[in-house]
Design a protein around this ligand. Structure first.
Ligand code: F3S
Length: 398
């Protein structure tokens, strides 16, 4: 792997121990994957933030680092709402450790707005062809597929290393040859809303880490593409997909039809909705916003909740910046008794473990809840979830 003179100096420790450790990680990855060198990145997104997932060892590793990131870098969701954690049944001990992790990242110049949808945030505008070092799998999928930017699925330490150096190793999805689709998926039914999460849930299991090219009957919105990519990255390891005539590389580059084709039928989509659908549990939480909600999704949820009062815990997960920009919508949602939760999500927060069942509109969450939160999960559209949350009409009360 070719290194510039300055990169050699960093590797030799001439710019301090933190940068030396950081470039060692990048060079090790580059050597494993046969990279020809390091390339500049526009931004980094760093996973490994929740105290639930990284524990004391992770906290110690981050706290030992010094210096400042060279490109805009942002955190993945933490284990709690950083402002309203006491409303989430989080222990004081957990909150203290979580705050120490956030402070350690902040000391390195990392933006501590914790989200898996950095592409909605100011300062993280991402364009076609940009090279990135992002780590949360749905964000990686969205950047690669929907925007046409280029990133591998970084681990937390490699994303932070890339942020500190301002570069990443040039391999994997940074290279044209690894972005060519190798399996075609033909969907035989019309899809809408959470159907895309169900489609991703099914196809992820079938395609593993390959690059699928979808042929769809209708044109998905960016939120629907977000749901598709998030699910495929969870049940499989898909970091890049294309939708014929929709995602940018199918139009700017154009691809030949892969030789293998998989057909998806309506009953396979329905199967996902059937998961645990017969289980009713009084201690159930409804959790929306995996990945974090966009402004449009918040508005849709608010419309469904207007004049309703929920009769169980409902979390709507989003980033603090999107919530702040949509404060009137948030007020409407919270009037129903639902809680808008920022900086965290239903998967990485330990608070989810206080329930016996979770209903979600996300194929990714459906897949992760049993393992990460140790409770069963079921799946529905946003409308199904709001219906399940209770349809008491506020105006009829009292
Ligand atoms: Fe985001 Fe948490 Fe889902 S990080 S993609 S909301 S599991």
């Amino acid at each position: 792997m070719h290194l510039t003179k300055e990169e050699e100096q960093i590797l030799n420790g001439e710019h301090g121990e933190t940068l030396q450790k950081a470039i060692e990680i990048l060079v090790a990855l580059g050597d494993i994957y046969d990279a020809d060198g390091l390339i500049p990145i526009k931004s980094a997104q760093i996973a490994g933030v929740s105290y639930k997932t990284i524990g004391d060892a992770g906290l110690e590793w981050i706290s030992d680092l010094e210096g400042e990131v060279k490109v805009p870098a942002i955190l993945n969701p933490a284990g709690m709402d950083l402002e309203n954690w006491n409303e989430m049944d989080i222990s004081k001990d957990f909150a203290r450790k979580q705050q120490e992790i956030i402070d350690a990242y902040r000391k390195l110049g990392v933006n501590t707005k914790c989200t898996c949808t950095p592409y909605y945030l100011e300062g993280f505008d991402t364009e076609y062809g940009d090279h990135l070092a992002w780590s949360e799998s749905s964000a990686v999928s969205y950047a690669n597929s929907v925007i046409g930017a280029r990133t591998n699925r970084e681990g937390g330490p490699s994303a932070l290393s890339a942020a500190l150096i301002g570069k990443t190793a040039n391999y994997g999805y940074h290279l044209d040859e690894n972005r060519i689709p190798d399996v075609s998926i033909t969907v035989e039914c019309e899809l809408t809303g959470s159907d895309y999460g169900a489609l991703g849930y099914q196809t992820g299991m079938m395609v593993g880490n390959r690059v699928p090219l979808f042929h769809l009957k209708n044109t998905p919105s960016s939120d629907e593409l977000k749901a598709l990519g998030a699910s495929m990255a969870a049940t499989g390891a898909v970091a890049l997909y294309h939708v014929d005539g929709v995602t940018p590389e199918t139009q700017n580059i154009g691809f030949e039809q892969p030789s293998e084709n998989i057909t998806i039928e309506a009953d396979q989509i329905q199967e996902v909705y059937n998961t645990n659908s017969d289980i009713q549990n009084s201690d159930e939480i409804i959790a929306l916003g995996c990945p974090h909600c966009s402004g449009d999704e918040l508005e849709y949820i608010a419309q469904l909740l207007d004049n309703k009062q929920v009769d169980r815990d409902v979390w709507i997960c989003t980033s603090r910046e999107v919530a702040d920009k949509n404060s009137q919508i948030i007020d409407r949602i919270e009037k129903s008794g639902a809680m808008v939760v920022c900086d965290t999500c239903m998967i990485v927060s330990p608070a989810s473990e206080n329930y016996n069942m979770m209903m979600v509109n996300s194929g990714k969450a459906l897949n992760y809840v049993p393992g990460m939160c140790k409770i069963p999960s079921k799946f529905g559209s946003i409308m199904d979830c709001i219906r399940e949350a209770g349809d008491n009409n506020r105006n009829n009360k009292n």
